[in-house]
Design a protein around this ligand. Structure first.
Ligand SMILES: N[C@@H](CCC(=O)N[C@@H](CS)C(=O)NCC(=O)O)C(=O)O
Length: 241
């Protein structure tokens, strides 16, 4: 038995919250949600109470409190063994775990320079060399999987799993920041944008109040400006020539 509550940041901006929510959604387990709006008054106190790492997402199961999305994902995968959240094959599972871990610890320039903002789209010109290197590294990580026949869906190991939840915010960033991506990567990222749980997350994001404009903090850059969620109307990506 589980009594799961996920503590989330704003859907529009919190890429780690999105990952954990997608994993829970794909698990089929029922769970409650508590929103801790980033940087708004009471944010730090709420985080200190809800999250051992003072970050969102945090998952509570009764008196168990977890932060760190990878640990949350592993806990959910064990609670829902039939959901196929990791590939069934041991070698594929190891590859999927390696990929999710690389997402958890890497790709700093892409994350810092291209923050997630589901509500808008930007035209900042070509990405920096560091971001281009991150994109090339991601493509190289995905490519062997994307070249294989996969059963059960268009995702890295076929059906949607934890590894795909971890890369879903990359699809959002590729769209929002018009990042040029190779054709095989674009097909995968488009499948992520169209995945039903991802669409549900974006649609739910349109229902949340826009961020408080008087609270700046991490929101100091125009890259966090609210918009009208163009990804829901035209999700086309920029293919690299
Ligand atoms: N390593 C953490 C990263 C979580 C994280 O950085 N979350 C952001 C929101 S997406 C956060 O809580 N930031 C706290 C802050 O802005 O003070 C995880 O995997 O869950």
């Amino acid at each position: 038995m589980t009594d799961l509550t996920l503590y989330l940041g704003n859907r529009t901006y919190s890429s780690w919250s999105m990952r954990a929510w997608l994993v829970l959604e794909a698990s089929g387990l029922s769970f409650g949600e508590e929103m801790i709006r980033l940087r708004e008054p009471g944010f730090e106190e709420a985080l200190a109470k809800a999250s051992p790492g003072r970050t969102v997402p945090a998952l509570h199961d009764g008196d168990l409190m977890l932060s760190e999305t990878l640990a949350i994902a592993e806990y959910v995968a064990e609670a829902a063994p039939d959901a196929g959240l990791w590939p069934a094959d041991r070698r594929e599972r190891a590859l999927a775990r390696m990929m999710a871990t690389r997402m958890a610890v890497g790709f700093g320039p892409l994350r810092a320079e291209c923050p997630m903002n589901l509500s808008n789209r930007f035209d900042a010109g070509p990405p920096s060399e560091a971001v281009q290197r991150d994109i090339a590294d991601l493509e190289a990580l995905w490519r062997p999987q994307l070249a294989k026949p996969r059963a059960g869906g268009p995702f890295l190991f076929g059906r949607f799993g934890i590894v795909d939840a971890f890369f879903a915010p990359i699809a959002m960033r590729a769209y929002t920041h018009r990042l040029p991506v190779a054709e095989d990567a674009a097909a995968y990222l488009s499948a992520l944008i169209e995945a039903p749980p991802v669409r549900r997350w974006i649609e739910d994001a349109t229902q949340e109040p826009p961020r408080d404009p008087t609270v700046v903090g991490i929101f100091a850059s125009a890259l966090y400006d609210p918009g009208d969620f163009p990804v829901l109307r035209d999700p086309s990506l920029t293919i690299r020539a």
